[in-house]
Design a binder for this molecule. Structure first.
Ligand SMILES: Nc1ncnc2c1ncn2[C@@H]1O[C@H](COP(=O)(O)OP(=O)(O)OP(=O)(O)O)[C@@H](O)[C@H]1O
Ligand SMILES: [Mg+2]
Length: 263
């Protein structure tokens, strides 16, 4: 479904992505792991049109999508979750969901004046959809809560919920588990599996929690130093010597840096 060919992304002289090639099969939950600074988020950002690549190509099916802006990818069903923007934190959870689909009739002054009934119909439909999404995610009791009052994990669920307000085909999740407690992480994992099985969503997710990766992902791709190091089943990847070495390597480097800084 997604093919990335020989992707390079340089920041000045630094090669964050250094010839990475990956494939994400339709219907899969593909995991992307690797030590800090491996280039995982950079790869996501290039695929999602947030950063232009230095070189390399990205395809969605047969269509080249390299460098397309996020809103065009959004219309093709390629979504990446974003943290809930500051200005939306004073809106309710339900309102945050209702905001997602663009092109509502209520947006223009003309429509505000002349198409009141159409707007009311659309709002009712959006509200219904938002409530279905909240129920699916088991956070319907939070519909009227201000988004800013949610816990970290509940915010992640809301971010996932935003992808359900439109017809997503593939969703990119960067560290959904970061700072989330075990119970909510399980709920998030369950929601991902159900979206994959029941709605045919393809996922690609970056995560440092290996239990989470092991439960959800097949295949798992490991990156290190801007390149793909290994691809395979979670259990194989976690025992792969190159993978272990990459993690240990940065661990040692970080410790050396910390030591140098301290002394
Ligand atoms: N905008 C930028 N300007 C300069 N350097 C950057 C920029 N974005 C990322 N980098 C560098 O590129 C490297 C890869 O960063 P990236 O965020 O892709 O890593 P990552 O694999 O997502 O790591 P982590 O697991 O810590 O999130 C890092 O060394 C980072 O400092
Ligand atoms: Mg990252």
């Amino acid at each position: 479904m997604i093919r990335v060919e020989n992707l390079h992304k340089h920041f000045g002289g630094f090669h964050a992505c250094d010839g990475a090639s990956i494939e994400i099969a339709e219907g899969s939950i593909t995991g992307l792991i690797g030590p800090n600074g491996a280039g995982k988020s950079t790869l996501f950002n290039v695929i999602a049109g947030v950063l232009p690549p230095t070189s390399g190509r990205v395809f969605m099916g047969d269509e080249e999508i390299t460098g397309l802006p996020p809103h065009e990818l959004f219309h093709k069903g390629l979504l990446r979750t974003f943290q809930i923007a500051h200005e939306f934190s004073s809106m309710t959870v339900r309102e945050n969901l209702m905001m997602v689909p663009g092109g509502q009739s209520g947006e223009t002054l003309w429509n505000t004046w002349f198409k009141r009934s159409l707007i009311a119909q659309e709002e009712a439909a959006l509200r219904k959809k938002a409530d279905e999404v909240l129920e699916f995610l088991t956070i319907d009791h939070l519909a009227d809560e201000k988004a800013g009052n949610l816990s970290g994990g509940q915010k992640k669920l809301l971010e996932l919920g935003r992808t359900m307000m439109v017809d997503a085909k593939i969703v990119f999740l960067d560290e959904v588990g970061a700072g989330v407690n075990r119970t909510l992480l399980r709920t998030i994992g369950d929601a991902i599996i159900r979206l994959n099985e029941e709605r045919g969503y393809t996922f690609c997710l970056i995560e440092h929690d290996m239990d989470f990766i092991g439960r959800l992902c097949d295949p798992v791709i490991c990156m290190a130093e801007g390149k793909v190091l290994a691809t395979g089943k979670a259990a194989e990847i976690m025992q792969d010597e190159r993978v272990i070495e990459a993690y240990l390597g940065t661990g040692l480097k970080n410790r050396a840096k910390a030591g140098a800084a301290a002394g």
